[in-house]
Design a binder for this molecule. Structure first.
Ligand code: BES
Ligand code: MN
Ligand code: ZN
Length: 496
């Protein structure tokens, strides 16, 4: 990966970009080393120009040093009492956006250390690298800005190195999700997802793949019904990373629709292509396990994903069909486009039957309605446990991947009652689409487990630039889960 160094003395000769991070109102300290490079006069000008630089704002200058043009980016870190991991990661994203050279070798200077957050620069660099991700595999001409090297001048070398060493592994997991989501569905098909899951084996993850025969044997008919219209195989994949059996068992469950055409309840052509990203939940599970395993985290986690393609053919599932789920409940398939919950119904039940996890968190691009409710900022959170929600919210605040809890209230149950079966897979269309979807899932969750469902249909992808990602896949979920799981498992009082 990228060459990143944190050191008290840094080499500046080869670098073409200097980043100066300034914190505190009106504080325009320019580090001595940078002052020596730029000269007193230039430093004075920069200091005067950047006196009132607010949080997240940047100013760029081109300065000639020894005959070479160096690009200087000054970035405002804001008020010291508002410094946080999230504030520096985001700032890193803004800094990256200000870089002009197509190949950047960067030196970072700051006056924002020793204010109780000594890993400031590690967070900043993490933000830069997260923001730098692009997908140019299918472009013959590559255009993106490449960072070749980052040198950070710091008085807190060790803590920055240690922090970055683990952030780098989190970034790896985020990149994995973005890549899987961005790959088109003719490449990222069920077999390719199996391959991605199996690639975790080398990191010490036990991977079990259930194919059609296994799924039939177990009676996973809700999931298999969705797969009926596709020529591609369906799978359930379990990935166990149990490096400390004394920790509570956490199951991560993911919706893995490698493409969702809607089935016979076909989606409109406009925007259908985005449904290649309907396997984001599964990708988040794979990315999180990768991150944890790379860090050698002492945790007890199983990831379970349902991998299916929702298509049309003469053998496709029809509206009105009734299927018997693995749990024994009968489901009327009122709408073939509400397929994610059918897949998850069996995967959630499988999780209970096979693993009896104490905590279950599922990730799914489940409903378009979540975008209506929350836009692209917050993912929808549904849970049967206040305690689990509190813990998730805490992690959410640390990493800046935002969650908003919505009601999982029984009064909406009426909406998914079926005339012919135990339950139907869509509500009557009188609103609350994300809630009725979550309530549907609840029927297949072990009531003894603490369970959270996170609807990422609108946070997994954005048509606009975000602080830490460009237009396209965000990788939302990996940073959140890494924080949540490592935090939970580092507490000594947590027992099985
Ligand atoms: N995969 C979609 C949800 C989705 C929509 C994800 C937009 C990402 C962006 C899901 O399978 C779906 O089609 N849901 C339907 C449910 C409806 C039929 C009750 C929806 O949201 O329209
Ligand atoms: Mn659908
Ligand atoms: Zn879907």
């Amino acid at each position: 990966m990228l060459d990143v160094n944190f050191s008290a003395t840094i080499e500046t000769k080869q670098s073409n970009v200097f980043v100066l991070v300034i914190g505190g109102a009106g504080d325009t300290f320019v580090s001595d080393q940078l002052k020596t490079i730029l000269g007193t006069e230039v430093s004075k000008v920069i200091a005067a120009e950047c006196k009132e630089l607010k949080y997240g704002k940047t100013k760029s200058f081109d300065v000639v040093v020894d005959g070479n043009v160096k690009s200087i980016i000054v970035a405002g870190a804001g008020e010291k009492n508002k410094f946080s991991r999230a504030s520096f990661e985001k700032l890193g994203g803004y800094v990256f956006d200000s870089i002009k050279p197509s190949e950047a070798s960067i030196c970072v200077f700051t006056n924002c250390e020793s204010v109780g957050n000594e890993a400031t620069l590690a967070y900043l660099v993490s933000g830069m690298i997260l923001k730098s991700w692009t997908f140019e595999k299918y472009k013959t001409e590559k255009k993106s800005t490449k960072i070749t090297k980052i040198e950070c001048k710091t008085g807190y070398e060790q803590i920055n190195r240690d922090t970055f060493a683990s952030l780098e592994k989190v970034i790896d997991g985020v990149y994995t999700v973005r890549e899987m989501v961005t790959e088109p569905a003719n490449i990222m098909d069920p077999d390719k997802v199996v391959e991605e899951a199996k690639s975790l084996k080398k990191l010490g993850v036990k991977v079990t793949v259930l194919d059609k025969k296994d799924l039939e044997k177990r009676g996973m008919n809700a999931l298999l019904g969705v797969a009926k219209g596709s020529d591609k195989p369906a799978y359930v994949i379990a990935m166990e990373y149990k490096s400390d059996a004394k920790k509570p068992l956490i199951a991560l469950v993911g919706k893995g629709l490698t493409f969702d055409s809607g089935g016979l309840c076909l989606k409109p052509a406009k925007g259908m292509g985005e449904m290649k990203g309907d396997m984001t939940g599964a990708a988040v599970v794979i990315g999180t396990l990768k991150t944890l395993a790379l860090q050698d985290a002492k945790v007890n986690v199983v990831g379970i994903i349902g991998v299916v393609e929702n298509m049309i053919s003469g053998s496709a599932q029809k509206p009105g069909d009734v299927v018997v789920a693995m749990s024994g409940k009968t489901i009327e398939v009122d709408n073939t486009d509400a397929e994610g919950r059918l897949v998850l119904a069996d995967v959630l039940w499988y999780a209970k039957q096979e693993y009896e996890p104490e905590i279950i968190v599922d990730f799914a691009t489940l409903t378009g309605a979540i975008q209506v409710a929350l836009g692209h900022e917050f993912a929808g959170l549904f849970s049967n446990s206040d305690e689990l929600c509190d813990a998730l919210q805490k992690s959410s605040n640390v990493v800046g991947e935002k969650l908003w809890r919505l009601p999982l209230h029984e009064s909406y149950e009426e909406d998914i009652k079926s005339d012919i079966a135990d339950i139907k897979n869509v509500g009557s269309g009188r609103g609350a689409g994300s809630i009725t979807a979550a309530l549907f899932l609840k029927h297949f969750v072990d009531p003894k487990a603490k369970w959270a469902h996170i609807d990422i249909a609108a946070t997994e992808w954005d048509s606009k630039n975000r602080a830490l990602s460009k237009k396209g896949a965000t990788g939302f979920g990996v940073r959140l889960m890494n924080e949540f799981i490592t935090n939970l498992c580092s507490k000594n009082e947590v027992k099985k």
